[in-house]
Design a protein around this ligand. Structure first.
Ligand SMILES: CC(C)(COP(=O)(O)OP(=O)(O)OC[C@H]1O[C@@H](n2cnc3c(N)ncnc32)[C@H](O)[C@@H]1OP(=O)(O)O)[C@@H](O)C(=O)NCCC(=O)NCCS
Length: 251
C-alpha cells in the first residue's frame, strides 16, 4: 500500500494524531514523568523539529502511523551515541542552537495504530525516516530500538536477548528484525533511555497491579522488572533500548 507522508511542519493539524498514537501505543507507566528529563525537551519535537515529526496516511486519508525523529551531530562511534531519549533531543537542540550541521538522524519513536499492526507498516515508518534524512542531506539514520518481544522475557539481560537468533540468522525479536531486514545492525545497548519513578500507589495505578512487598516485579509491557521499595515508598523502572545503525542512507 502506498502511504502519504505528512510532516508536522507541512501540516500542523497532524499533531493530535501523533499525540493519539503515543497515547495508545505506550503502556501507561511509560507515559509518566521521565527522571532523565525527556519532558523538558518534548515540546522541541513539535516546534524546533517539526520537520522531523510525521504521520503516514493510507490512500483513504486515515492516519495509520507516526514517526518522531531529530537530527544531531554524531561522530560515528558507539560511545558518542546518547544514553537516553532526553539526551538525544537535548543534544539535537544544542546542535541546532550552535548552528552545527547534523550528520545523523535519530529515531525517537515509531508508532503504528494498534488496528494496523502486523501488516508491515512499521517498515514504512523507518523508510519514511530514511527519506526524511535524505531530503535534509543527512547521511545516517540511527535508532534507539525498544525490542517489543523483550517484554515477554523481562528476566533476561538485554545483552543476551539481542543475541537470540532464528534459524535464518535474524533476531528473535520482531522489531529488531524489521530494522535488520532494512539493513540495520546493532551498535550497542542503551541500558536506560527513560527512567520512571513514582510512589508504590502510583505504580499500582499505572499498572493495575498490587505490589505488597519490596522487590522486583514483572509488569506487562516492561522490558525488565520494576523495582519496588515499600519502605521508601518508591518504585523505579529503567527502559532499556538497543542502538541500531542503518547504513546506506543516500544524501
Ligand atoms: C513495534 C511496532 C512499530 C511494529 O509495528 P507493525 O507495523 O505492527 O510491525 P510489522 O507489521 O512490520 O511487523 C513486524 C514484525 O513483528 C511481527 N509481529 C507483529 N505483531 C506481533 C506480535 N503481536 N507478536 C509478535 N510478533 C509480532 C510481525 O510478524 C513482523 O515480523 P516478521 O515479518 O519478521 O515475522 C508496533 O507494534 C508499535 O507501534 N508498537 C508500540 C510502540 C513501539 O513499541 N514502537 C517501537 C519502539 S520505538
Amino acid at each position: 500500500m502506498a502511504f502519504t507522508l505528512h510532516t508536522l511542519a507541512q501540516r500542523p493539524e497532524v499533531e493530535p494524531h501523533i499525540d493519539r498514537l503515543a497515547e495508545v501505543c505506550w503502556p501507561r507507566f511509560l507515559r509518566q514523568h521521565d527522571d532523565l528529563g525527556l519532558g523538558e525537551h518534548w515540546p522541541d519535537l513539535f516546534t524546533t523539529f517539526a520537520d522531523f515529526q510525521f504521520v503516514l496516511r493510507e490512500p483513504g486519508g486515515r492516519v495509520v502511523a507516526a514517526g518522531q525523529s531529530v537530527p544531531f551531530v554524531w561522530d560515528g562511534t558507539a560511545a558518542d551515541l546518547p544514553e537516553s531519549l532526553a539526551d538525544i533531543v537535548g543534544r539535537a537542540r544544542r546542535d541546532r542552537k550552535a548552528g552545527r550541521t547534523p550528520t545523523a538522524l535519530s529515531a525517537v519513536a515509531a508508532l503504528v495504530d494498534p488496528f494496523e499492526r502486523g501488516k508491515g507498516v512499521s517498515a514504512e515508518v523507518i523508510r519514511a525516516m530514511t527519506a526524511l534524512a535524505s531530503v535534509h542531506r543527512i547521511g545516517t539514520l540511527v535508532a534507539p530500538v525498544r525490542p517489543t518481544l523483550k517484554a515477554s522475557y523481562p528476566l533476561v539481560d538485554m545483552e543476551r536477548y539481542v543475541r537470540w537468533r532464528r534459524d535464518d540468522g535474524l533476531s528473535l525479536d520482531p522489531w529488531l528484525r524489521v530494522h535488520e531486514r532494512l539493513g540495520a545492525g546493532i551498535v550497542r545497548i542503551a541500558p536506560c533511555t527513560l527512567r520512571i519513578t513514582g510512589t508504590v500507589q502510583e505504580w499500582e495505578e499505572w499498572t493495575g497491579m498490587a505490589f505488597p512487598d519490596t522487590g522486583p516485579y514483572v509488569v506487562p509491557g516492561a522490558l525488565q522488572p520494576v523495582q519496588i521499595d515499600r519502605e521508601k515508598d518508591d518504585g523505579r523502572y529503567d527502559d532499556p533500548n538497543v542502538w541500531m545503525l542503518h547504513k546506506g542512507v543516500s544524501r
